[in-house]
Structures are given as C-alpha cells and as structure tokens.
Design a protein around this ligand. Structure first.
Ligand code: ZN
Length: 333
C-alpha cells in the first residue's frame, strides 16, 4: 500500500525533505467525475494564456486532462523537490448542503489526487472539502483514511466564510484527526468567485481557536491592482496565533512581485512560519527577480525548480523548504 510511506513514523525518520506545499492539477472535463472546468473558465483569458505559455499541447497524452497530468508528473519527477502537495478543488455547494454544479467553474475530485499519489511517490494528496456540503464530515474521514493529511478550502471560489459557527463540527473532527487545513487568502483572479471578502485572514480565528494547524495560502497577499490588501490582516493574525502559517504560492509572479521582499523584511519569528508553495502550473515570472537569480539559472527549465530558486533568494527562514513536512507529521509536532 503506497500510503505507508506517508505515515507519521516514516515521516519522522526522514531528514528535512524539500516539499512544495501548494500545487494544482487541472481537469478539462472529458470525464466530469474526475474534474472539469466550466465553459466560462475554458473560454476565459487566463486559462487560455496559461495553455499557450506552458506549450501544453506538445505534452504526451490523448486529452488535455491527460497532458496536464503527464506534465505535472514529469515536472515533479525531474525536479529537485522530494515531494509536492497536489491539491484537489471541491465544487460550490448550496447552503442546504447540496452540490451546485452550475455555479462550479473549477473542480478536481479528491479521488483524482488520491489516485495521483498512488501513482507517483512524490505526490502528497491535498484533498478539498467544501464546508457547506452535507457529507463534509464523512468525506473528511474517508480522505483521512485514504492517506491525506491536508484539506484545502477555497474560501472565495467555494463560497465559504470560515468564521461561521456551523462549521465547528468539521473543525473539531479535523483537529481530532490531526488534519492541516489550508485556506485560500487574498484576492483570487484565476476563476469566478462567490465573494473576495471570505479570503480575509481575520476570518480564520475560529479554526485556529480549535487548535488546528492552519496555512493561509498566499499569506493574504493581493495583486498591485486590487482594491484591498489582506496582508496586514495576515500579519495581525500571525501575532495572535502560533498555529497559523502562511505559504508563498503565486508570490513569484509579476503582479505580486513586491510580496516576497515584504515577507523577507518581517521579523524572524514570523518568517519561521512561512511554508514553501509554488501554485504550479502558474509559471513563476523571471523578469522581476533577474537581479537575484541571474539571467539564465539552470533551474529555468523546470517551473517547480525555478519557483524554488526565486524564493531561495529571499530570507524566508531556515525551515522554509521543509516546513510543511513537519506540519503533516503529528510525530514532529
Ligand atoms: Zn493555488
């Protein structure tokens, strides 16, 4: 059983592996049960630009979904990373707990990433559970039993305000099972959202009060053109809660070029709770970081390595590259 290698005992025996805590796989929709993008998302500018920039059509595979999957596995196998958390993306749900496919623009099933982890030893499955779904607790137990130790909740796309009291049973069970919860924070630009306001880190007090280890994806950062910046809110919450972490996903891009510098100027105690994450397949930008990475770094051939190279150029704490490994392992808490 392939998940055995990810059990706590095995993890605690390993010395500081390099882990990317935040990567994605996308499904185009040939088999909607596995995952899909809505017509709106398929036609949107950013996904199209991404397909073109990453020259995905040249990858092996019969369908676009197969090409995306093969590209991820190839990049991961060829990279210097020891592991990457590959994230699922749950659907939008109504407040009565039923699934709303018509309002879902980006979906990747939990079984899809669990299966990827079975196929590739470098993949750690990061499942996704919308807190509104009526079977959220059952799905949490199922995913935990299948080997996952991290749940991603996309606050703004999935329409989840994490501060609601009704989610307490989920938080209690997640704490009992030792699951790490990753919440999207900061403005979202790649997909239609229910509300950007749900991505304010101040709303994470409730799961943090349950004692859960929480990762604020993107550390509350927003792009230069956004109306708000949730980063100050992230910093305030980091002061209040020692069980809060932030990841660096999407921070090596042009529209957030200032975010890594800002993070690197924070005091040591805050930087020591920053987790490496790329947001693959969103490619890292080269231009804003040229002075730090040189013109032709060897890592440029692999976006996972290139993202890590850029972030290594900033002072993000000694545990930065392995941080999530310790969080996923109860033995090292
Ligand atoms: Zn992401």
């Amino acid at each position: 059983m392939v998940y055995e290698k990810k059990q706590p005992v095995a993890i605690s025996q390993s010395s500081s592996p390099v882990v990317d805590a935040h990567t994605h796989v996308f499904c185009w929709g040939e088999n909607p049960e596995e995952g899909f993008m809505s017509d709106v998302t398929q036609r949107a500018l950013l996904p199209r630009l991404l397909l073109w920039m990453t020259k995905l059509k040249r990858e092996s595979g019969e369908t676009l979904s197969a090409k995306m999957r093969n590209r991820l596995l190839r990049h991961l196998r060829e990279s210097s990373l020891d592991y990457a958390v590959v994230l699922a993306q749950d659907a939008v749900y109504r407040e009565d707990g039923s699934r709303n496919d018509a309002a879902t623009h980006f979906y990747v099933s939990n079984d899809y990433v669990l299966e990827l982890a079975r196929e590739c030893p470098k993949v750690l499955p990061g499942v996704s559970i919308n807190l509104w779904r009526s079977d959220a607790l059952r799905e949490l137990e199922r995913c935990h039993a299948a080997g996952s130790r991290l749940v991603k909740i996309h606050t703004s796309i999935q329409g989840v305000d994490p501060s609601l009291e009704r989610f307490d049973p989920f938080y209690r069970l997640a704490a009992d099972l030792g699951m790490v919860l990753m919440f999207h924070t900061g403005y979202e630009h790649t997909c239609r959202v229910v509300s950007q306001a749900y991505a304010d880190p101040k709303l994470l007090a409730r799961p943090l009060d349950h004692g859960l280890t929480v990762i604020a994806a993107h550390a509350g950062t927003c792009a230069v053109f956004d109306r708000q910046d949730f980063y100050p809110s992230f910093v305030r919450m980091m002061h209040r809660y020692p069980n809060l972490y932030g990841d660096t996903a999407v921070l090596a891009t042009t529209v957030r070029w200032f975010a890594l510098r800002r993070l690197s100027h924070e005091p040591e105690w805050l930087r020591s709770r920053i987790v490496h994450g790329s947001d693959y397949p969103l490619p890292p930008a080269r231009l804003p970081f040229l002075l730090r990475t040189s013109l032709f770094p060897p890592e440029r051939r692999n976006p996972l390595d290139m993202d890590l190279r850029i972030k290594r150029a900033y002072r993000l704490g000694p545990a930065y590259e392995s941080q999530v490994w310790g969080l996923l392992s109860p033995a090292t808490r």
